[in-house]
Design a protein around this ligand. Structure first.
Ligand code: AQP
Length: 352
């Protein structure tokens, strides 16, 4: 049976990219009755910046966004990563499975360290994808909904799982664990599954409202570049009105969006927010000017995001419920993760 896992870092305001690339998919996967585990990855938050004065608020705020968007903490497991020490334990083992070169090749690592010397960069930032692989594989999860920017990290998680399965193949068999699979032509006795990224949809990579060639991101210094989940209706309207566009009307077909990154971005956002395709959006708005399309996008964005922002504020006003959700989710997650780690300790041969 598929098992879904994904996580979000408690660093900065969640924006429309996080919502469409990740959280909205989390809710849809839960609605399809999958077993889902959704995590606030607070250990990851230390990789780029060690000290966070507002860590508790940030953790509660991501949890509030999960709940306000429709994640049901009874059906799905919702917790914060640091409550399950097995993530860090498996990450250490994966640090020894993975190779430094694999980590150094990651574009996110290169982007975040560009222009810095090695004395300024934490070892954690380099090893980030190894912890991410552990987050997923400590539950032996099979499907991971993420935005397109995480695709390379998921490929690395597959490489780590594969190398573990090959290196420990004989031990996995001896421990009476795992199943026979073919890796290429080679038969392997595998313990960890090959995770499948779930990246599709009309907006797998939401772009900045000020520059259609740059990802919408928490760390962009311009607040006008992104719509935050907690923005009120006026802010959402202002940001969409000011969003960069080109002077042409919307094309009649998706092919006409090629070479028009800002137009493509706004059409993709409209499609994702209304659970439809870019084709259908252009059937409705093709041939119209942005002056007609933008007000419709404002209405749609406000109708989807305002209730989420309001519910987040309500939950954060009295965070006892959020803390109880995290405690319960942490206990349920620990039980699954500990079972995996007992297997892993047996596979490696640690005496216990
Ligand atoms: N622009 C985006 N479009 C689609 N999906 C996105 N995600 C992030 N940005 C976009 C997805 O959101 C999830 C949470 O990712 P994270 O916790 O790793 O957040 P992040 O990468 O720190 O968020 P930012 O805004 O991308 O941060 P910076 O500013 O550091 O670059 C993931 O599934 C991610 O794909």
């Amino acid at each position: 049976k598929p098992l879904v896992f994904s996580g979000i870092q408690p660093t900065g305001n969640l924006h429309l990219g996080n919502y469409l690339g990740a959280i909205r998919k989390f809710v849809a996967l839960q609605a399809e009755n999958n077993d889902c585990i959704y995590c606030v990855v607070d250990l990851h938050a230390l990789t780029a910046q060690l000290v966070h004065d507002d860590m508790p608020t940030q953790i509660r705020s991501i949890t509030a966004a999960f709940l306000a968007s429709g994640i049901d903490p009874v059906k799905s497991i919702v917790f914060n990563q640091s409550a399950v020490p097995q993530h860090a334990e498996l990450a250490w083992i994966f640090n020894c499975v993975a190779r430094i070169g694999w980590m150094e090749r990651m574009t996110q690592f290169k982007d975040k360290t560009g222009g810095k010397n090695a004395e300024q960069v934490s070892l954690g930032l380099l090893a980030y994808p190894s912890l991410m692989a552990a987050d997923i594989l400590v539950y032996r999860a099979t499907h991971v909904p993420v935005g397109e920017d995480q695709k390379q990290h998921l490929e690395l998680a597959r490489d780590i799982a594969q190398k573990f399965n090959i290196d420990f193949g004989a031990h996995i068999r001896k421990a009476g664990l795992g199943t026979d699979v073919l890796v290429g032509d080679e038969p392997v006795h595998a313990y960890f599954p090959m995770v499948e990224p779930l990246i599709g949809g009309p907006a797998p990579r939401v772009m900045s409202l000020k520059d259609g060639t740059k990802k919408m991101s928490k760390s962009d210094p311009s607040d006008l570049s992104r719509i935050n989940l907690t923005d009120d209706a006026d802010a959402i309207a202002r940001k969409i009105r000011k969003a960069k566009t080109d002077p042409d009307a919307l094309p009649l077909e998706v092919a006409g969006l090629a070479g028009r990154p800002e137009a493509g971005n706004l059409v993709g956002i409209y499609a994702a927010l209304s659970d439809t395709t870019r084709e259908k959006v252009l059937e409705q708005f093709g041939g119209q000017q942005f002056s007609a399309f933008k007000p419709a996008l404002v209405d749609l964005a406000v109708s989807v995001l305002s209730p989420i922002g309001e519910e987040m504020r309500r939950l954060l006003d009295a965070p006892d419920h959020i803390d109880a959700v995290l405690r319960d989710g942490g206990a349920r997650a620990r039980e699954i993760a500990e079972k995996t780690m007992q297997d892993v300790r047996d596979i490696i041969g640690f005496v216990r």
